[in-house]
Ligand binder design. Sequence first.
Ligand code: TRP
Ligand code: SF4
Length: 437
Amino acid sequence: MKIDPWAATQYSDYTKLKQEFGIEDIDISSLPNPNKLLRRGVVFGQRGFSSILDALKKKKKFAIMTGLVPSGPMHIGHKLVIDQVIYFQSLGAEVFIAVADIEAYAVRNINFKLGEKIAIDDYIVNYIALGLKNENCQIYFQSKRKEVKDLGIELARKTNLSEMKAIYGFADDTNIGHLFSPLIQVGDILHVQLEKFGGPKPTIVPVGVDQDPHIRLTRELAFSTRLYNVLETKDGIGIFVKGEEEDVEKLLNKAEEKALSLGFKNLKKIPTYRALYITDGKKEDIKNIDEELINLEFELGYYGFYLPSATYNRFMTGLTGDKMSSSKPETCIFLNEKTETAIKKVKGCKTGGGTSIEEQRKYGGKPEQCIVFELLLYHFIEDDNELEEIFKECKNGDLLCGRCKEIACDRVKNFLNEMNEKREIAKEKINEYVVED
Ligand code: TRP
Ligand code: SF4
């Protein structure tokens, strides 16, 4: 199985995806007021999320980063990621949002002027209307941020064509802009940890699972910039100076100072192995030690990047049952859509109802396979009890699809009307969010 970020594939077997790609379960028990996507399992997995939990626990700074491709209009599938951004912003995350105008140009042939217009008039206005705050938040353009491009160019040295083909399935006729766009995204995700942007910090990237190849590449390239590697060994922990580094003795001495300052006592330095062994260190200490080493690397003038973390959300099914896509308007509800057309689409949705009213009364419906229910679950019903009530009444045949669609249409209508009003206010606030590079 291959995940292709640019293909119109519908993923359905999340358990298999997890197993195959090593995506882990997400434990939300220590998150304050988790939003409905987290509570309801729409966010189904994570990589490296423990760094974020750790930052929250220790009240340390952390960032959330995402990007938007300004090609088609924003729909409710795109809303999932920004809902996550708004939630983590409420927990104190610093927010960075890339307008992926280089990607839009390279992959979708959207010129930079048009990309800017779509980003501002549609996505950014919607983000603000949805509740994104301007404090500690910056929206920038890939094409205008030198640090992003420089980092992409530098880290490009650490990957090669066969790896890019293996990850992305690029073919010989792939244009070089497209080939390079993942490195720009690597630059997006890691530049937030540069000194100019506040230095090393845990960073969470909430994505649809289609973006996982970018996450894996970014984590690999972030690791490639590290001087040290901390591993569990058979009798404790080992800090190893990585192969490219030459001044091994000096680096081991520096690491030793850090280990001592953390209170470890049984240290053994073996320069020929490029190693410092901590025999009184345990597996649970790895995180703290690595964090100290990240700080050390940064003090020494290196990057000291944390490997970025990611959360993965399920895709929304399109209203027709296919993949939701801007290029097929019948599959989605746009955030700036007229209420009449939106209602028409909801009324036409595939449901999990029986073939006749009698049958549905008798056997109940299948909310698990119902797109109307999915709309309510992902977006339009906040209250868990209310949602559960609908689920139960559907299951036992008390609630019929006609009535249920009325509820959904009502919610959709209110949401779109509210967005319309909020967008008018949001339009005046764009430059509180978009930074000039
Ligand atoms: N490639 C992403 C998409 O297709 C957009 C993107 C660009 C992005 N830079 C990013 C997403 C950084 C997350 C982080 O949606
Ligand atoms: Fe879906 Fe509602 Fe019909 Fe149940 S009653 S199948 S949830 S539309």
